[in-house]
Write a protein that binds this ligand. Structure first.
Ligand code: UDX
Length: 441
């Protein structure tokens, strides 16, 4: 059965959700306040790099199932089910998440709701937000108690957004237990195809659903910082963290995924989500429970500093050195540079007086906009020209394919620091290079 859906926010989360809901057979309207973004999307162009999303977008625009608008009136008139997928960035100078975009959607949409509606929140929010938004929406909406706010957190990873939306590990739905509304049946209709495939569907209260998302990201961040902390010990002891990760990862209780040591996590989610989680726990009087996340954050930031140290050691002094930086995105298969460890390291190195040449296969425009003072090269070889040290900071497949012989003739010194432990030390050392990894002898 087809549902009429409006999705608010057309960023990574919203645009992917809108296109994928249309792919499931629903009639979808993507809503945003950014006219330029809407124009691109309506023309079948994804405003960011996300493998596979363009095809799904264009296919469903052509089928007439997917449209875009800036009009909340049109959305309120059109849809029965509303998804909220706007950003919840970190507040300036604070750890807490900024609810300004989430609140703005409710403040604008609710007064237009004259027929019963379910609003599903997807954004990562501080626990308690859904209940607050539900109350506010019912206050503002002409239909009053006919509005229900439920929470349906999103777990998608950039680079795998389409796959994660159409084939998620699980679906989680938080409903307002006191209200016995339509949220669960509406979600079952929207996700019918996924439920038929047997994807686990957990229905819970609002607070639990919000905490599921915060906890999942906190766990992933902790797992990465755990292995990065161990990599510090490995460096001190002359041990190899990559072999160690393989060995502990065979234990199914531990698992090998998210045990890649390197310059740590970045992006638009993990760093700000663990900080917002700590801030919210503090507000609730449970701050002690999450103090370990402060250490998770500290370990993560320390890896960036260590990378700068390794670059300095390689050059003697960074003042006047030429440093090639391969990779700017916070991870491969993404053009996202929000809180990117790679760009942060590049920026710190430049501040210490080096000339930094950056190349990334997809994130050049975003990098230029965020760090305009760095120098950008058209390809990896150009970035490495005259380099005193080559830093690999994002493990793009094209960097894994680089051969020492590709770079031999262009660099000034054959020194490479592998910030993602993604290259073969034997291969580079065998070709006469000085290879350094993080947490490796
Ligand atoms: C994350 C969560 O995985 C996803 O479930 C949630 O919905 C949003 O936040 P994403 O930010 O897209 O997704 O990236 P992810 O693949 O989790 O990687 C995050 C960061 O951790 C990247 O900078 C990556 O390079 C780093 N990372 C990941 C490591 O340093 N080591 C690892 O072993 C894994």
């Amino acid at each position: 059965m087809s549902t009429r859906i409006a999705v608010f926010g057309t960023g990574y989360l919203g645009a992917t959700h809108a296109a994928c809901m249309a792919e499931l057979g629903h009639e979808v309207l993507g809503v945003d306040v950014d006219a330029a973004k809407l124009e691109k999307l309506a023309a079948g162009e994804v405003p960011f790099y996300e493998p596979g999303l363009g095809e799904v977008l264009r296919r469903n625009i052509d089928r007439g199932r997917l449209k875009f608008t800036s009009s909340y009136e049109e959305a309120a008139e059109f849809a029965d089910v509303f998804f909220l997928g706007v950003g919840t960035p970190q507040k300036k100078g604070e750890f807490a998440a900024d609810m300004v975009y989430v609140d703005a959607v409710i403040e604008t949409l609710a007064p237009l709701l004259t027929k019963p509606a379910v609003i599903f929140g997807k954004s990562t929010v501080p626990v308690g937000t859904a209940e607050r938004l539900g109350k506010r929406a019912r206050e503002l909406a002409p239909v009053g108690d006919g509005v229900e706010v439920a929470w349906n957190p999103e777990f998608l990873r950039e680079g795998f957004a389409v796959q994660d939306t159409l084939h998620p590990d699980r679906l989680v739905l938080g409903v307002d237990r006191g209200r016995h509304g339509r949220a669960e049946s509406a979600a079952r209709e929207v996700y019918a195809d996924l439920l038929d495939e047997g994807i686990p569907f957990l229905v819970t209260d609002l607070a639990t659903s919000e905490l599921v998302k915060a906890s999942a990201n906190a766990f992933l961040a902790t797992k990465i910082s755990f292995i990065n902390a161990i990599s510090e010990v490995c460096e001190a002891a002359g041990a190899d963290v990559t072999v160690l990760a393989d060995a502990i990862g065979y234990d199914v209780r531990i698992g090998r995924r998210f045990l890649n040591a390197g310059i740590g996590f970045g992006g638009g989610c993990l760093p700000k989500d663990i900080r917002a989680f700590m801030a919210r726990a503090g507000e609730l009087g449970a701050d002690q429970a999450l103090t370990f996340l402060r250490e998770v954050d500290n370990i993560n930031m320390r890896r960036r500093t260590r990378m700068v140290e390794l670059a300095r050691e390689a050059c003697g002094s960074l003042l006047g050195a030429r440093v090639a930086v391969l990779g700017a995105a916070f991870k491969p298969d993404s053009d996202d540079v929000r809180d990117s460890p790679a760009l942060n390291v590049a920026g710190q190195i430049q501040l210490q007086g080096a000339a930094v040449n950056v190349y990334d296969p997809k994130a050049m425009d975003n990098s230029r906009a965020l760090f305009p003072t760095l120098t950008y090269s058209a390809n990896a070889l150009e970035a490495c020209e005259g380099a005193d040290v080559v830093l690999v900071l994002t493990e793009w497949p094209e960097f894994l394919k680089l051969q020492p012989s590709d770079l031999d003739a262009v660099v000034r010194k054959k020194v490479i620091v592998d910030g993602r432990n993604c290259l073969s030390p034997d291969e580079w050392r065998g070709a006469g290079w000085n290879y350094r990894g993080l947490g490796r002898p």
